[in-house]
Structures are given as C-alpha cells and as structure tokens.
Design a protein around this ligand. Structure first.
Ligand SMILES: [Zn+2]
Length: 334
C-alpha cells in the first residue's frame, strides 16, 4: 500500500512550528514569573539574558535547516542504513531505508541514479562494494530531481568517481547553483554546487555498456524532474522499467498564481499524461514508500516469484492516486 512520505517542506515547517510552540511556552512562563517576581524579571539586563539564548537557538536552528552538507533534522529518519541488493537484471538498490538510489551495472562501468546526502557517501561506497562493484567505476550520475535529499552529494560523487553528471536542463541549473533559485526550497536548502556535464531534453538517451536509459521530462515537483526508463530481459521476459521522480505538491507550494512557477499546473498536467502513457512492468521511484519497497524487498528475500518488483498494477494505482491528490490540492487552492 502506498504510504505518503513526510514532505520536505512539511519537515521544515514542522521544525519551525515546534520551535514556535516552545517559544510560546517559554514566553508564557516568563510572563508568569514576571507576575510573581517583578524585581527579578524587571531589569533590562535580565530580559537580554532571556532573549539572547532564545535568539541564538533560532539562528542555530535556521542554519541547521539550510545546511549545505548536513542532513536536515526531519530527513534523518529517511536516511538510515539499508542493505544493498539486486532489484532485477542489472539494477541494484544502494539507497537508504527511504531515499532510493539505484546502481545500474554494466561491463563498461555503472550508472548511478541520485547521489543522496554527502554524509552518506561512505555508506553509498560500502553498498556498491558489498555488491561486488567498484565505486570508482561509476561513470554516469543521473538525478530524479534537484532536491537536497537526491542531489546534495552530486559534487562529491563526481569528484570521487570522475562520473559524467547528466541532468535535465531545468534541474541542471539548480544542481549547478547548489539549490539557489530552486522553485520551492531556494534559501532553505542548499548544497555544494556541482557542474553538469550534459543537459538532456525529453526523449534523449543515455547509454553505457549495452544499457540505455531514456529521459522523460516530467516537471511539476521540480521544474526539471525527470522520469528515467529502460528495458531489460529477466528470465526471458522483456520488461519496461520506470524510475519515477516524485509528483507531490510540497506544502506551501501555490498551484494557482505562483509567480515563481506560473506554468506549474500545465507542467503537472503534461507529466501525468506522460506517466499514464508510459509502459511499466517494474515500478521504482526516488522514495521507497512510493513503490512499497520494504514489503517487496521482504518478499524478494523470501524467494517470491515472479520478482515482486514486477508490479504494473501497482504503478497504475500509484499514478492514479498521485493524480487524484494533485487534483484535490488544485481544487482546494482555486
Ligand atoms: Zn523532492
């Protein structure tokens, strides 16, 4: 069953809301203290002694939210270790408990979809090596979309492996600018800017060692969100693979009269049309819960056949639900 993730903006807002609640509690206690002990609380110095640590906490908290190398507080629960495993064919899972990353292994080197957080790169390397591959053999680095949990480590992975960074033109701008100018999280989340070696458009192909991926531009969640597809043969069965990049409307994002992204609704509409038209046998996505990763992984380990990641109905159901949520959000904003 599809379980929605706590969205990034919600995390940020929740952090602020928690901070606000605490500030309100402290202020009400302060008022009570003033009522009982005006001699202690009256002097200006005492007020500064109270306000200065509060201001310092607020600044530290905002800095932590906008960190360029750390993992934002609310995303830590998504970033726990998960065992790497073969999904199907030459596709391997090398991500965390919730943030998916895929290694597509070929005889000419490997393709990695999403770099994740910088702090997790040692674990990413370990995951690749546990599967019997060399981290340095990653030749191409792709992205689902330019948000911090998927591209923060792009510059580091590029530096460590020499991989060619490939991204859609719209997301390439944000990846190269370290998140600056991004439609939703500009000024909230930043990362080390990463040069983009190749910009792809709709239908462009990325090939390595006999594997070819196709880029489908599916904007909305970000301006350059990209759905990657590929074909493979598993147990003599030809399969279409979809790497889905997120379609949720982050909290606070305006669908109507959004000056930062005026064409957001038209983009989502086109993307849903694309997703509905794509052939899909194996449904994979940038966050595990989108495609019930844990449940399918357990069944895979238990020896289920056919491979539980072959789930065309699950894909159709997920897209229908995502579209329904989008329409409800649009309706509520009109
Ligand atoms: Zn995102």
């Amino acid at each position: 069953m599809y379980q929605p993730l706590p969205p990034i903006a919600a995390s940020y807002c929740t952090d602020l809301a928690r901070f606000r609640r605490r500030a309100i509690i402290i202020c009400s206690r302060w008022r009570r203290l003033r009522a009982y002990c005006p001699s202690v609380t009256g002097p200006r110095l005492a007020r500064w002694l109270f306000l200065a640590p509060l201001a310092a906490c607020a600044i530290a908290m905002l800095a932590a939210c906008a960190t360029s190398t750390g993992v934002p507080y609310r995303m830590r629960a998504w970033n726990r270790a998960f065992p790497p495993y073969r999904v199907i064919g030459n596709i391997y899972y090398v991500g965390t408990n919730e943030i998916a990353q895929f290694l597509i292994a070929t005889p000419a080197g490997h393709i990695l979809i999403d770099s994740g957080f910088e702090a997790s790169v040692p674990r990413l390397r370990e995951n690749v090596e546990k599967l019997g591959y060399r981290f340095e053999d990653i030749k191409i680095l792709l992205s689902s979309h330019a948000h911090i949990d998927h591209v923060q480590a792009h510059a580091l992975v590029r530096r460590l492996t020499g991989a060619q960074v490939v991204a859609s033109a719209a997301d390439a701008a944000f990846i190269a600018a370290g998140g600056k100018g991004e439609t939703v999280f500009d000024g909230v989340y930043e990362w080390a800017p990463c040069p983009v070696d190749r910009r792809v458009g709709d239908g462009d192909l990325v090939s390595l060692g006999g594997t070819t991926l196709t880029a489908h531009l599916t904007p909305g969640h970000t301006r350059g969100a990209t759905t990657w597809t590929m074909q493979l043969t598993d147990q003599k069965r030809a399969l279409s693979i979809v790497f889905f990049p997120s379609a949720n409307v982050n909290p606070g994002v305006r669908l109507v009269n959004n000056p930062r992204y005026p064409e957001i609704v038209a983009d989502f509409e086109r993307s849903f049309a694309t997703w509905k038209a794509l052939p899909c046998d194996v449904f994979l996505a940038d966050h595990g819960p989108f495609y019930s990763m844990h449940e399918k992984y357990d069944r895979l380990r238990a020896g289920a056949t056919p491979n539980p990641f072959i789930d065309p109905q699950g894909y159709r159901r997920f897209i229908a639900e995502a579209e329904q949520k989008f329409r409800e959000e649009l309706q509520s904003q009109r």
